[in-house]
Design a binder for this molecule. Structure first.
Ligand code: FES
Length: 200
């Protein structure tokens, strides 16, 4: 997505005969990241074909071949969870045209370590307070029925960024703790350490 944005920002319009095929899988429409932006890109005359797949439509070589018959000879950038990466890698065989980013989140649960899972978590705008369970703030919010905006759930896309009003959080990717007030945090990779107030 980042590369697609950069291409379009720099004036790419596909008129040089090199089209872009953007293929994305999500569990369902409600989990579709960048949905509005992708809709706008799909509708514009920009040389980009957007294909969004939801539900049971997981990756298949058959479908990729239908969309891009010469995909093995096409520069391809792949990003996703391990299962998808494995399937796509298999489809490309030894083709050198496939590049990938392989994200394997080390989402260490605070509850599983020596972390402090005491205290209360307050989602201020929603008026909801509950005991800290030690999981990420995103998971705790969802467990309480809130629907915070999010995308990757692994600290990459920043779409879950929210303001922590007070309290300490631990970044589960780095282990770093921060107690700064009014701090922008990614709630998908932040676990509260003791009491924590979030503007959600
Ligand atoms: S959901 Fe992507 S960074 Fe949190």
């Amino acid at each position: 997505m980042s590369m697609l944005r950069t291409l379009l920002r720099d004036g790419y319009d596909g008129h040089a005969g090199r089209r872009v095929t953007f293929l994305h899988y999500a569990r369902g429409p409600e989990d579709q990241i960048f949905a509005d932006e992708l809709r706008a890109i799909a509708e514009a005359d920009n040389g980009v074909d957007v294909h969004l797949r939801h539900g049971d439509r997981t990756f298949s070589e058959f479908e990729l071949r239908r969309l891009v018959p010469s995909y093995r000879d096409t520069d391809t950038w792949l990003c996703g969870p391990a299962g998808l990466v494995e399937l796509v890698t298999e489809a490309y065989g030894d083709s050198p045209r496939l590049r990938m980013e392989f994200f394997k989140p080390s989402v260490a649960r605070a509850a599983s370590g020596d972390a402090d899972v005491t205290g209360e978590v307050a989602f201020e705008r929603s008026g909801v307070t509950a005991a800290n369970t030690g999981t990420s703030l995103l998971e705790q919010a969802e467990a309480l029925g809130l629907r915070p905006e999010h995308g990757c759930r692994m600290g990459i896309c920043f779409s879950c960024t929210s303001t922590k009003r007070s309290g300490t959080v631990r970044n589960v990717l780095t282990g770093e703790e921060s107690a700064l007030p009014d701090e922008e945090i990614r709630i998908c990779v932040s676990t509260p350490v003791g009491d924590c107030h979030v503007d959600l």
